[in-house]
Design a protein around this ligand. Structure first.
Ligand code: AMP
Length: 750
């Protein structure tokens, strides 16, 4: 203890704990919102002002407060010696830490220091009205939010929130210059990772601290600063509201999409609409787009790579899930650009994993990539023929992943809690986050061992009594709880195989990717289903990044690899009555081009609109809305006399380009493909349409009087033959009955 110049006793305590969570788990009974109990032989008398500086083993400060000694214990030969300090003034970081502790430790609501069990009675308690010592011993951050990074101004205000601009975040707004080598980046849901090929061998790049992945997490820390990666992960438990994870599941999705509406409450942070109607994140009074969040993670990964390779990096191959739709792929491209990267190629994750498995081995095999990550599952069948990697079938479940395993465990733990205490669990977000975290840790541990104790101290308070959660989970129990989830993955494998008339025996190797594929039950069930154990040849966490690095490397080679991918979900147009007409079918090999013809449905009609969707449902409303094609300047003719051929071109990266040509005269017509609609614009459009009646289909005589026009879509030398479909009735014009469905469709299914 030291005497400060304000007369307060300076008390610096270094704790043997690595994280605030560990501190709370072991020491939570000694702290409340109003004070702390410290064991100490030499105590100060009640009323003594103290400046308390409590630090973790790393030196990171978790409590900085001015306080007074409120009571002392164990001074009269009875109980444990120590003192209770009552907080008088707190720095903002401490205030937040204590608020979150109080939220998860019900006894910590008290505004006086606790008298922990077993330390004995208080000997002396403070007389009233202590003099508070001022807090000034060390610089303390202001709580006021400020521009998170960089010095430029934030973007436009929206009510009392500010939409962050790329400049304010120090992100790049210009096309990056193409220099230096190309790296591979796995932009993961949970972790992101960079890899590079050196002397023909791909390797994952490590950070200076020795980590080979960067957690895909961004947080606003207690000093109102944006942090990315490991520091952000560190505050996930204590400050979940300001910690953004799982951005990958939201990027490129409209805020109003049913799926975002459905899942937004599962996230502990706030999901809000961005300025273009897309799902975005609100931290404090700022709104961050998911592209910006992904860009900040990519920038961190890029920095790891630059530090390790010792040269500037501005080019990358970035991987995405095979089932990502066009919007999501475009969003990743944009994030790459904001991070100062030229995205040389967007690569599907299963193809990347297959590359990591087969590159340079001259294989002739059919493989199945089984990718079970944190949030999603997908299965893809590829045929490898030397340097050609052809995806022949792909499918998945975007709501099946490690998180569902965690949820099954949490449900079990809460049940056990009820059985042990006879009381229903009552806890808030922070308490639930602590249980989730403990469940996930137990799950991972049970991949290596057969039993694990799950202990979360002081997890809730019922009738003023604190309760721990303390359950021993066995691997056997975990297997029982999650068996149906693993069965579901095999059902998807079966569907993906059947789509190509294949069976499990037709697969030469099963390649496991994704952290959750480490679960022993996955290995067991795969071995049973395919009649052989999965390949041991690839690392489940690194395969995707290594594959991306191999493709990056091959881009510079004369004889690089040839990748043939398939379209993960059909792309098509909405029709009257809310039907969906696929133009390019699911699993078609890429690149693919196909055209579609529409006719005017009113006399003298000069404009036409066509809504484009992606998905596998025959209802447009159930698919993802990609955008609206607007055609203007059509020649004034009787209805049905003007026909427009619309060409859908999907590149080998699954990116869509739409062009239109007026069929009768062969003129290009002016067309715009709008992929962004604010909620207001979309609602206004729906109101307009509400007033319209669904058009009657052209009379057969009239419709038949003109032969369907032949395809006139432009062909490029490298594009595959263009196919065309006969003219369809005009585009979706919702009737009142289907209006809500159409509105949903307009925003898409995410
Ligand atoms: P990924 O998205 O590939 O990083 O996978 C993350 C998921 O894998 C999370 O749900 C983790 O809990 C889970 N996971 C990571 N390691 C293991 C392990 N050893 N056993 C079971 N699941 C794991």
């Amino acid at each position: 203890m030291t005497e400060s110049n304000q007369g307060a006793v300076g008390l610096v305590v270094k704790l043997p704990f690595a994280t605030p969570e560990e501190f709370l788990a072991k020491y939570g009974g000694n702290i409340t919102r109003g004070g702390i109990y410290l064991r100490a032989k030499a105590v100060k008398p009640p009323g003594t002002p103290v400046t308390l500086d409590l630090r973790l083993a790393s030196g990171e400060r978790i409590v900085y407060a001015s306080a007074v000694v409120h009571f002392v214990t164990g001074q009269q030969g009875q109980g444990i010696p120590g003192m209770g300090l009552r907080f008088v003034q707190l720095d903002p970081q401490t205030r937040r830490f204590l608020d979150s502790a109080a939220a998860s430790l019900p006894h910590a609501q008290s505004d006086t220091p606790p008298l922990p069990n077993g330390v004995g009675p208080a000997d002396h308690t403070l007389p009233p009205s202590p003099a508070p010592p001022p807090l000034s011993a060390a610089p303390i951050a202001s709580a006021a939010p400020r521009a998170a990074a960089g010095s430029a101004a934030p973007g436009p205000a929206q009510g009392d929130v500010v939409i962050m601009s790329a400049e304010a975040l120090g992100l790049s707004t210009e096309e990056p210059k193409r220099t230096g080598p190309v790296i591979g980046i796995d932009l993961g849901t949970t972790n992101s990772c960079a890899a590079f090929v050196r002397n023909t061998k791909p390797a994952v790049l490590h950070s200076r601290e020795g980590h080979n992945t960067v957690p895909s997490i961004l947080a606003l820390n207690s000093r109102a600063k944006l942090v990315v990666g490991h520091p952000a992960k560190g505050q996930m438990l204590t400050n979940p509201r300001q910690t953004v994870y799982g951005a990958k599941r939201l990027v490129g999705r409209p805020y109003e999409s049913p799926i975002v509406q459905h899942i937004k409450d599962r996230f502990h942070y706030e999901i809000a609409p961005g300025d273009g109607g897309e799902a975005a994140v609100r931290l404090g009074d700022r709104i961050y787009s998911l592209q910006q969040i992904s860009a900040l993670i990519l920038r961190e990964v890029r920095e790891v790579a630059q530090n390790q390779l010792g040269q500037p990096i501005s080019r990358a191959v970035i991987t995405v899930p095979a089932y990502y739709n066009d919007n999501q792929r475009q969003a990743v491209r944009e994030a790459g650009k904001l991070a100062g990267l030229v995205v040389e190629r967007i690569l599907n994750e299963p193809t990347a994993a297959a590359l990591a498995y087969g590159y340079g081995r001259k294989l002739n095999q059919r493989v199945l990539v089984y990718d079970l990550g944190g949030g999603t599952f997908d299965a893809s069948v590829l045929e490898l023929a030397d340097t050609v990697y052809e995806v022949i079938s792909t499918g998945g479940d975007t709501f099946l992943g490690g998180l569902d395993f965690d949820n099954a465990i949490v449900e079990y733990l809460l049940n056990e809690f009820r059985k042990a205490t006879g009381r229903a669990f009552q806890g808030d977000r922070v308490a639930m986050q602590r249980i989730n975290d403990a469940a996930e840790r137990a799950k991972c541990a049970l991949s290596e061992r057969s039993e694990m104790r799950v202990h979360v101290a002081f997890v809730t308070m019922i009738d003023d009594k604190p309760y721990d959660l303390d359950v021993t989970l066995t691997r056997q129990k975990l297997t029982e709880l999650t068996e149906k989830l693993v069965d579901r993955t095999l059902q998807v494998c079966d569907e993906v195989l059947r789509a190509k008339n294949l069976g499990p025996k037709d697969i030469d190797e099963v390649i496991l990717v994704g952290g959750q594929s480490r679960f022993p039950l996955v290995h067991e069930k795969i071995t049973r289903f395919f009649g052989k154990p999965p390949s041991k040849g690839v690392h489940p966490d690194e395969a995707v990044a290594l594959g991306a690095a191999l493709l990056a490397h091959s881009l510079g080679q004369l004889e690089g690899v040839v990748l043939i991918d398939v379209l993960p979900m059909a792309i098509g147009v909405g029709l009257p009555g809310g039907r969906f007409k696929p133009v390019l079918e699911r699993n078609v090999s890429l690149p693919a081009t196909k055209s579609y013809t529409v006719a005017t449905h009113r006399d003298e009609q000069t404009e036409l609109e066509l809504s484009v969707f992606q998905g596998d449902s025959d209802r447009a409303a159930d698919n993802e809305y990609l955008g609206t094609l607007k055609l203007t300047g059509l020649p004034r003719r009787p209805r049905g006399a003007v026909q427009v051929t619309i060409t859908f071109e999907v590149s080998n990266e699954s990116l869509l380009k739409v062009t239109a040509r007026e069929g009768t005269t062969g003129r290009e017509v002016s067309s715009t493909f709008t992929t962004r609609d604010t909620p207001e614009a979309a609602r206004a459009r729906v109101s307009r349409l509400e007033a319209e009646v669904a058009p009657a289909a052209p009379s057969p005589a009239r419709a038949n009087s003109r032969p369907p026009p032949s395809a006139t879509a432009p062909r490029t030398p490298s594009s595959p033959p263009t196919k065309s479909t006969p003219p369809e009735p005009p585009p979706v014009v919702p009737s009142k009955r289907s209006l809500m469905g159409w509105l949903k469709g307009l925003f898409g299914r995410a």
